[in-house]
Structures are given as structure tokens and as C-alpha cells.
Design a protein around this ligand. Structure first.
Ligand code: ZN
Length: 405
């Protein structure tokens, strides 16, 4: 990117982050000469990326330099598709970051062929103007796809999606480009779902003001994303963050990755529910009651533990200990400053789990680090993955650098 490109990128990101702002503020904040700033702003206005809006106390926009600068919501939009175990979630996002539409489609086939076919169908229907929410919103600027698995976003390559068969070594970006056509102006970006959620938290949620943090998702799977100096840390092979496959129990149950006693096989939603079911079948004394067709929820376990039920309390204690053992290593090694705990296990088991995790991390980690580490709860937004998926092409378009691809 040449000097003009760099200045244009800086000006666009300044307007994006501080809008609405006056032409003078844009010129001062961009760290460039007045004449360069003026030329850039005029260019962005002519392109239709930016518009002038009336400033407070200045009802009419008079004169070519008056009014505040804002991104245009009708210049273009991004599409995000998030593959969940039973559905595909869609989020359409305007250039200005406003959600234009959210949809949920039942996933017809979890295997790679069926999923790729359905992703392409949904994407082409959206792109070709089949959705009223994106009509009049300009052109499609990019498509982001989120999937839970070992994903190298730099190549758009999926190494594996445990335990779903057919997802071994799938060049997902390439396959989608074959079906949708490769358009340089509207790239397809493929990313691990947890990283997409971390991007959404960074842009809109609890991580907005954090430059370095660790995002941990505990749900049907366990994963993490490490943000270092406002950029995703990807590692040499592009798949850093496999926190779910850190072994925490010697000779523990078999994990889908081939190892035994991984954190994911010990504390995922499915493992916790299975542990309670097996205790109930062996007639353990507990107030938890799961009748035929009646599943015990994580909220039930937390409520019973709160009332002193021994089985529920022990399960909660062991779960927070195992998460804390794994997390203490990461916190001591990386010193992330903040840890965001998210996912249905955290939401379901609630404050008792979080307190236990923090206690376990502080007990086992390096004191000066763990004492200074903030523990935050992730946002309870149900469509966070799709929102993050749509945010990826937006970040790419702005060249913000946070994706680090
Ligand atoms: Zn594993």
C-alpha cells in the first residue's frame, strides 16, 4: 500500500471510530497535513463512502466545508454466515456497522459437501438481492464464514471440525469461490467461530477498550482467541488457540482429537450433562431430578449447587478447577491482562463457576500476573458468531489490521 493508500486507510478508520466528526477534527486526528486531509476527505465524499451530516446546533449544512463527516450506510454491506451444529445463522452488516438483517436456517446436512452447498445457496440468494433488508444498501463488500474447527484463516482452509465427518482438510474458501465466483471486490473470508466471536467482542462488546486479552468460549466445544496489541494472534500455522485440547486429566475420557482427558471432553455442555445423567442412573442422592424426556439444564445444576446440593456443588467445583488449571498456564505464560469467559457453560453455570475459575487461576498461576488479570463475562448476544463473521470482511475492507491475515 502506497503513501496515499496508507493515508486513505488512516482517514477512513478515523472517521469509522470517531464519527460524527468535523473536517477539522479529521484533519487534526489523522496526523497528516491539512491539504492531504482535505484531498482525502473530498475523495471519500466523491466516492460516496462518506457523507456530511448536520452538526448539533447547525440544522442546515451550508457551504462545502460545513457539517460533520459520517460513513454512508448505503455504500456497501457485508454478509456473515455462521455454521452452528444445527443451523446456519446469517447477519448482514452495513458499512457503518449497523445490523441490516439476521436470519437462521436449519442446517440440512452437517457433512462438508452439504454444508458448502447450503452456504453457497444462502450467500448467492443474499448477494443477488433476494433480501429486502439489503436492497438499496449498495454493493456486497465481502462474505465472512464462521465454523467451529481447526481453521487457518490466511488460506481459508479447514483442517478438521471434530467430531463431524467429512471436514478433514477442506479448502473451504476455494470451494465457496468455485460455487459463488471469486470476486476481488467482495472476498470470501473463512474463520474459526471463536475468533469471529472475539472479533465481535473487540469491535462492539466488552473488549472494545482492550488491546490485549484472551477470549475463552466454553460451550458444546471449548476454544480460545488471543488478541495481542489489537491483532489476533494466529501462530505459525494459523491455528493457535486450541485451548479445548489442552490435557487436564491424566487417563481421562477419550477426546475426538485422539488425546485423552482434554479440557473439551471434561467441561463441554455435553460432558457436563452426561456426567449428571450417569450419576442419576446410579441413584446418587441429589435434588436434581431428570424424568423421562426431561433434560437437566446447566441452570438447574447451578441452582441446585446454590442450595447446597452435593452432586451439583461437586460438579461445579470440579468443572471450575479443570478450567482454572488449564487457564492458569495460559495466563502465566501470556499475561493477557484480561480474560473474557464466554459461552453457554459460563452463562448456564453463572457466577459460581466464574468465581471458582478465578480462584483456581489465582491459586495456580503466577501471583503478580493473576492478581492483575481482569476476568470479564462475555456478551450474552445470541448471534455473536454471525455478527463476528460479518465483521471480518468489514475489517478487511477498512484494512484495520485486527484480523492479522
Ligand atoms: Zn482433544
Amino acid at each position: 500500500m502506497g503513501e496515499h493508500g496508507e493515508n486513505r486507510r488512516a482517514m477512513l478508520n478515523l472517521i469509522r471510530e470517531r464519527q460524527p466528526l468535523s473536517g477539522r477534527q479529521a484533519a487534526d486526528g489523522g496526523g497528516m497535513s491539512r491539504s492531504t486531509a482535505k484531498r482525502l476527505i473530498d475523495g471519500l465524499l466523491a466516492e460516496g463512502v462518506v457523507q456530511r451530516v448536520a452538526a448539533p446546533g447547525q440544522p442546515g449544512i451550508r457551504g462545502p466545508r460545513a457539517g460533520n463527516l459520517r460513513l454512508r450506510g448505503d455504500y456497501g454491506w457485508c454478509l456473515g454466515l455462521n455454521v452452528e451444529p444445527e443451523r446456519i445463522e446469517l447477519c448482514a452488516l452495513s458499512l457503518a456497522g449497523d445490523i441490516l438483517g439476521l436470519e437462521s436456517h436449519p442446517l440440512r446436512d452437517r457433512g462438508s459437501e452439504g454444508t458448502i452447498r447450503q452456504l453457497a445457496e444462502i450467500a448467492s440468494a443474499s448477494r443477488d438481492g433476494g433480501r429486502s433488508t439489503t436492497q438499496g444498501r449498495g454493493r456486497l463488500l465481502g462474505i465472512g464464514v464462521a465454523i467451529a474447527g481447526l481453521v487457518d484463516a490466511r488460506q481459508g482452509f479447514v483442517y478438521d471440525c471434530f467430531p463431524v465427518p467429512g471436514w478433514e482438510e477442506v479448502p473451504l474458501k476455494e470451494r465457496l469461490e468455485e460455487k459463488l465466483g471469486a470476486e476481488p471486490g467482495a472476498p470470501i473470508l473463512v474463520e474459526d467461530r471463536v475468533r469471529c466471536m472475539a472479533v465481535a467482542e473487540k469491535r462492539y462488546g466488552v473488549a472494545r477498550d482492550l488491546d490485549t486479552f484472551l477470549y475463552v468460549d466454553l460451550g458444546s466445544g471449548v476454544g480460545s482467541c488471543f488478541f495481542l496489541d489489537n491483532r489476533i494472534y494466529r501462530g505459525k500455522n494459523g491455528i493457535a488457540g486450541e485451548f479445548g485440547h489442552v490435557p487436564v486429566k491424566e487417563n481421562g475420557p477419550q477426546c475426538n482429537c485422539g488425546n485423552k482427558g482434554c479440557l473439551e471432553v471434561m467441561v463441554s455442555t455435553g460432558s457436563l450433562k452426561a456426567a449428571v445423567k450417569s450419576s442419576l442412573e446410579s441413584k446418587v442422592y441429589t435434588q436434581l431430578k431428570g424424568g423421562p424426556g426431561q433434560e437437566i439444564s446447566l441452570e438447574d445444576i447451578a441452582a441446585a449447587a446454590g442450595q447446597g446440593d452435593k452432586l451439583a456443588s461437586l460438579l461445579l467445583f470440579e468443572t471450575s478447577e479443570l478450567i482454572g488449571i488449564g487457564l492458569a498456564d495460559l495466563v502465566s505464560v501470556f499475561d493477557p491482562g484480561a480474560v473474557i469467559l464466554a459461552g453457554e457453560v459460563v452463562r448456564g453455570l453463572g457466577p459460581l463457576l466464574v468465581e471458582g475459575v478465578v480462584r483456581a487461576v489465582r491459586l495456580r498461576g503466577i501471583h503478580p500476573i493473576t492478581q492483575r488479570t481482569r476476568f470479564l463475562n462475555g456478551s450474552s448476544i445470541p448471534h455473536l458468531g454471525a455478527w463476528g463473521a460479518a465483521t471480518m470482511p468489514l475489517e478487511h475492507w477498512f484494512g484495520s489490521g485486527i484480523l492479522n491475515v
